[in-house]
Design a protein around this ligand. Sequence first.
Ligand code: TXA
Ligand code: MG
Length: 344
Amino acid sequence: MGTRGVRVSVKSGRSKLDRWDDLRMKVLTNPTQNEIEMAAKALKEGHLVAFPTETVYGLGADAENKIAVSRIYSVKGRPTSHPLIVHISSMNQIDKWAVNIPEYASLLAEKFWPGPMTLILKRSDLAKDFITGGQQNVGLRVPAQPVALALLNELDKLGGNGISAPSANRFGAVSPTTAAAVKDEIEKFLNIQDLILDDGPCLFGLESTIIDCTKADPVILRPGYLTRSMVEEKTGIILSKIKLYSAVKTSGLLKSHYSPKAEVVLDETPGTGDGFLAMADVPTPQGAIRLASPTTIDEYAKNLYSILRLADNKKLLKISVRMPEGDGLAEAIRDRLIKASARS
Ligand code: TXA
Ligand code: MG
């Protein structure tokens, strides 16, 4: 009920915004255009806004605001040497943040943005050390999620140029794919004026594919929803396999990452009371607690992080995971599971 932007509560007769002020509510569910404008304003004023993308929820700050960006690091507990992805509203913004853009990178941007792909490019002067962790490169992505895009467009209107946003989890923990998971991870570290935009569960559930575009040929640094074969099919570009010991610093390359509290063990028979995750055609071993039975690889990817969270909510000590086989998205899932299972 009520006007666009300010929904009037029938019971109290007061607007959602009044309630937000009074009760210090930080979550805006199914945000209206007015609320997205308000969130863009909050970003411009130096506050943090967690927002949905098609991959995972991000914790955003105005990418040109050093103090706001420093808060991302403290809220996440992330070392400042680990760079942040700058989210931009369209590929027209690429020249603001990057220089010496190779032709293959422009082609990738044209074909796959907006979408789950991050390009690492030589930085422009706009991309400061506080974004890049002191590296000479910058990570750029145009997300496809409508609320994320609307937020970026509104920030542009206010004179902004991009939102720096890592996944909205504590450093090393499981990325959030719902606003409730964002709350669980970081709510206690947020201020009253920070916001969480809730637009439901993320469509893909696995972080973007990161492609290093600083060399003669592109290299995948982090596999994701966009696979090598999709890229090859649409562009003819052959991406090299991940170089685990690349000179470029990517925290997703750390051995232990994406980890729940429960111990994750891979392809081991679970004991009694252990959680168990496998594709639907794999029967549950006796005594194990089945956490999920995805029927497709897409479903596996989409639900992986919420399944790991579910295991923690159930206070399970161990999760035994049967890794999916095959190329493409299965490879990205295995990448995350191997890191989730690493203990150092
Ligand atoms: O799907 C995604 O990529 C999500 C959504 C929110 O966009 N973001 C995300 O951000 O996963 P984060 O910070 O959790 O992971 C991004 C990875 C990090 O490992 C970071 O080190 C790497 O990207 N990265 C960012 N900028 C980089 C740069 N300039 N050079 C190398 N790696 C970079
Ligand atoms: Mg992350």
